[in-house]
Design a protein around this ligand. Structure first.
Ligand SMILES: *Cc1c(COP(=O)(O)O)cnc(C)c1O
Length: 454
């Protein structure tokens, strides 16, 4: 479709399946309906019009069912509350189930995504004086997993279309201290792993995949997290498989996985010897119980999110003002932790993003910004430069360069333009729910000349 502004009529023609259900379930005839009764060009709800989706209720997250409750009760009654009490407890069992789900030999569960990443950093022998290149556009846990091992997280700028780290900038930031790249599959979609792996091989670097948002995402026929040396997941409540707090490490490298087990088990190996440095990061059996209860539907929910994401992308591709996250070629499945767009204000009568968000939220569709500032703009960057150990390990000139390289204009732009739909729950909705999103977007788009007055 061409870049010229679409008329409502033309846009309507792009919407079809699922719309009939929307008509039946909504007081307002669906914008996407093939039987348009009222073409819904009505007044914006924020200006006193009728909302597209009043009282919208999305599928709840976290996912809860009786099976999960039963697993918790079973664990409570069993008295097996800690993973080392039994080889058949919930944690050892979920580790085996996860390995099957991910198609890897071994997984090790931990207490969080951050702990999983830190375990991987330690197990790969990365520590004081080493550098790890990662994204500034991520959860704080990503960089903390490097900092707690007293290594230096070096920030690469983003590709503004995919919101992922730009491999060219990764390569530019390599120094003789660089030991690893930690690509973050943000929103649950794969990074450009082909280029990242090429760079890693060329410079002899390890690759720790932060797949905390990306369980079951696939790239060039491979499961995300199995392309680099090791992958890490988070099971924090908002994630698409969750248990409150939790994480997992996975890889086909059994020697490395054995080291990971030892590191997360206060440095004590499966052979019972306290061999190395490691905190105690073990997942507890209640977390394992919730995960066991959530596992049965995980693939179906993944498929539903992918179906709905595809539908949204397809039906909204005529709207030039919202450009969905670019997926790299070879992305056969995303995880859709979040469904995101770049907001192009030039196509919304130059209305700032906040006005668009206010207007669409009044229509009953809650979209929001994501990360307000990249991690390169948070105070840790100043803090580490005041620490004697960082001064000693890296020296003044390296820290000066580190400071100078914290100008990451593309990340700043992504933070500013991002519009997201929480996907863990909402993307489990029906196609009619997706039509509500589409209709609300198009209603605001059609009324873009009024946005600056709200
Ligand atoms: C959630 C998340 C983490 C941290 O995981 P926790 O389980 O919260 O410690 C790290 N990286 C990314 C990209 C995340 O989304």
């Amino acid at each position: 479709m061409k870049k010229k502004e679409l008329s409502r009529r033309k846009f309507v023609a792009t919407v079809s399946a699922g719309a009939v259900a929307a008509v039946a379930s909504s007081a307002i005839p669906s914008f996407g309906s093939p039987n348009i009764v009222n073409n819904n060009t009505g007044k914006l709800a924020i200006l006193g019009g009728t909302p597209v989706a009043p009282d919208k209720v999305w599928p709840a997250w976290p996912y809860v069912d009786e099976r999960i409750v039963e697993e918790i009760v079973k664990t409570t009654r069993s008295g097996i509350w800690c993973r080392i009490q039994s080889a058949n407890g919930t944690v050892p069992t979920i580790e085996k189930e996860l390995a099957k789900l991910l198609g890897v030999k071994t997984t090790v569960c931990t207490g969080s995504g951050t702990q999983s990443l830190n375990t991987a950093v330690e197990a790969l022998g990365i520590g004081p004086g080493d550098e790890v290149i990662t994204s500034p556009y991520t959860d704080p846990g990503t960089i903390q997993s490097i900092l707690v091992s007293r290594a230096l997280p070096v920030m690469a700028d983003l590709d503004t279309e995919s919101f992922q780290i730009d491999p060219d900038d990764v390569e530019r930031k390599i120094t003789n201290r660089t030991k690893a790249i930690m690509p973050v599959h943000i929103m649950g979609q794969p990074c450009n792993m082909e280029r990242i792996m090429e760079i890693a091989k060329k410079h002899n670097l390890k690759v720790i995949e932060d797949a905390c948002q990306a369980i079951l995402a696939e790239y060039q026929g491979k499961m995300i997290g199995t392309i680099g040396d090791v992958g890490c997941l988070s099971f924090q409540t908002s994630k698409v498989l969750c248990c409150g707090e939790g994480g997992a490490i996975y890889s086909n490298n059994e020697e490395l996985m054995d080291k990971c087990y030892t590191v997360q088990n206060h440095g004590t190996s499966k052979r019972g010897k306290t061999e190395t440095i490691g905190s105690k990061y073990r997942m507890n059996e209640f977390e394992g119980a919730i995960l066991l209860g959530q596992m049965p539907g995980v693939k179906e929910r993944h498929a539903t999110r992918n179906r709905n994401a595809k539908y949204l992308t397809e039906k909204l591709k005529g709207c030039p003002g919202l450009v969905p996250q670019k997926l790299y070629p070879g992305t056969t499945a995303g995880s859709f932790y979040l469904y995101t767009w770049s907001y192009k204000k030039e196509h919304f009568n130059n209305a700032p993003r906040e006005k668009f968000l206010k207007a669409i939220s009044a229509e009953g569709i809650g979209l929001s910004p994501y990360i307000a500032n990249g991690l390169h703009r948070e105070p840790w960057t100043d803090h580490i430069q005041t620490l004697p150990e960082y001064k000693k390990m890296f020296g003044t000139s390296r820290l000066k360069k580190f400071q100078a390289e914290l100008s990451l204009p593309k990340c700043d732009q992504v933070c500013q333009d991002m519009v997201m739909l929480w996907a863990s729950g909402p993307l489990l909705g029906t196609l009619a729910d997706m039509d509500d999103i589409i209709n609300a977007v198009m209603k605001v788009y059609d009324n873009r000349d009024k946005l600056n007055s709200i």
